[in-house]
Design a protein around this ligand. Structure first.
Ligand code: PLP
Length: 401
């Protein structure tokens, strides 16, 4: 059995946010322990891989690198991911929610942070006080931001978001100049950035991305002509960073590639990128069951012959999708998960690994004995994308480095 290194870092909270924006983080462990002696299931994050991926990304562009660490760093742990990305050359951090930005500040990260999503009004004063940049898309956002900054006698840093074809968030390109003038009109507002987001940069067909880029470039030219261009213009996600140098502008915003995960089936990462996340557990029970034994709720699976059935402590409460046909690695072999996945437990058919015993490592994502299950393979199986697979690994699963 492989021995596991573990110098755990913890981005879990001792409890969920229950008091508005309060940040509650539990103390990190300090001693190296074998995770199996402490945890039913855990995620191992290779921070050197994240740092190396960030370095490769930073080296592939003249623009600044924003590490997108929203959703707990795509499930990898936001704080340690952000630190590793910064070591690899990331200058900025991107998050979706105010709480995520405050969590990074609370952990002592001082890089510029942009909240990419809408910030509720009541979060603005706290964001301004912690020097966190916010996204504005309409006049009301600008006025709320200006008021929040004024009441704290400070300045709010803003990035104007344009909808050039994603139809999700952002102002219309034709509104951009008026909004920029509005931003410039307030002493308490700094107009720091202008950005857009691509809807289909991860597809081989470049037409829509080119159309979005053209619209965005027109606005940038108009801003330049009107002397309104802010210092940080940005558009590219991972796929565009890797495939479309014309979209780099002043900064690239990279998420999925930072984690060594493929932007899509069509756009594969260069060889030097390494996936950072492995999800593991261990067998907690192994039994020979006679033919005709029903396994798990509903007895969806019934043993045909005498079969070796193992139990491991991972369930849908940890983010394992309650779907048929999941596979895990045990004893270096891919084995089928059988019966319905429970909230905290799942069962595997162990006939192909007769030597399997209690305590043996179970790999849900990662490598074992020369075999591997990737987040992309799990995503295919779930009918989803790798983004969702790693993001859905639950908060109760500790992230260990
Ligand atoms: C606004 C914005 N920028 C950048 C990213 C990073 O995208 P990717 O993970 O594809 O690099 C995201 C991710 O969803 C996003 O919403």
């Amino acid at each position: 059995m492989e021995s596991c290194r573990a110098s755990p870092f913890l981005t879990q909270r001792t409890s969920d946010y229950t008091h508005g924006m309060d940040i509650q983080t539990s103390a990190p462990y300090t001693s190296a322990v074998d995770p199996r002696s402490k945890h039913a299931t855990w995620v191992e994050v290779d921070l050197a891989a994240i740092e190396g991926n960030a370095r490769a990304l930073a080296g592939s562009t003249n623009a600044r690198l924003m590490a997108v660490v929203k959703a707990n760093g795509y499930g990898h742990g936001a704080i340690e991911t952000a630190r590793a990305a910064a070591r690899g050359g990331a200058a900025w951090f991107g998050v979706a929610r105010p709480e995520e930005a405050l969590e990074l500040r609370e952990a002592g990260l001082e890089n510029p942070i942009l909240v990419l999503g809408p910030a509720p009004k009541d979060s603005l004063e706290q964001l301004v006080a912690r020097d966190i940049s916010i996204t504005v898309c309409e006049r009301e956002h600008i006025i709320s931001a200006a008021n929040a900054a004024k009441s704290g006698e400070s300045v709010v840093k803003t990035h104007l978001k344009l909808d050039t074809g994603m139809s999700r968030l952002g102002a219309k390109p034709e509104e951009a100049i008026a909004l920029a003038r509005e931003l410039r009109a307030f002493d308490s507002v700094s107009f720091e950035g202008l950005f857009t987001h691509f809807a289909r940069a991860d597809e081989p067909e470049a037409q829509l991305t080119q159309a979005q880029l053209k619209r965005f470039n027109e606005v940038v030219s108009d801003f330049e002509a009107a002397d309104l261009r802010p210092p940080v213009v940005h558009a590219a996600n991972s796929a565009a960073t890797l495939m479309l140098a014309e979209a780099h502008f002043d900064m690239v915003r990279v998420g999925i590639a930072l984690y060594g995960l493929q932007p899509s089936k069509e756009w594969l990462l260069p060889q030097e990128f390494r996936p950072a996340l492995q999800w593991k557990s261990q067998l907690s029970r192994v039994r020979e069951l006679p033919a005709g034994s029903g396994v798990s709720y509903g007895h969806d699976y019934v043993t045909e012959n005498e079969e070796r059935i193992g139990t491991f402590p991972v369930g849908y409460g940890d983010g394992l999708r309650r779907t048929k046909g999941n596979q895990v690695l045990i004893g270096g072999k891919q084995v089928p998960v059988v019966g319905r996945i429970c909230m905290d437990l799942s069962m595997v058919q162990l006939d192909s690994v007769p030597e399997a015993k209690v305590g043996d490592e179970v790999v849900l994502i990662g490598n074992q004995g020369g075999n591997a299950i990737s987040a992309e393979q799990v995503a295919d199986h779930w009918g989803s994308i790798n983004y969702e697979v790693t993001c859905s690994i639950g908060r109760r699963v500790p992230r260990l480095a």
